[in-house]
Design a protein. Structure first.
Length: 83
């Protein structure tokens, strides 16, 4: 096992889980909008930049995965809105 395998696995699992969760939210919560998810993404960016106490590598990977998943879902919503 490569020393970075655990990082890849951690990121991938967090990313895939976040995507599933966001898609479920959109299906089960019709009032959930692009603006809601964009607001959450903005908050995630703020959290990313506010690491003055030191989250640790696992939390940084998880946060990066959540940000990436939100960006993907928002892009999907924008493409869908275009038609």
């Amino acid at each position: 096992m490569d020393s970075l395998d655990w990082q890849d696995i951690t990121y991938r699992e967090a990313y895939e889980g976040e995507l599933r969760g966001l898609r479920r939210r959109l299906e089960s919560d019709p009032p959930c909008s692009e603006a809601d998810l964009a607001g959450t993404l903005k908050h995630l960016y703020i959290m990313e930049g506010s690491d003055w106490q030191g989250r640790g590598e696992v939390q940084n990977l998880t946060l990066a995965a959540a940000i990436a998943a939100h960006e993907v879902i928002l892009e999907e919503l924008r493409e869908k809105a275009k038609g």
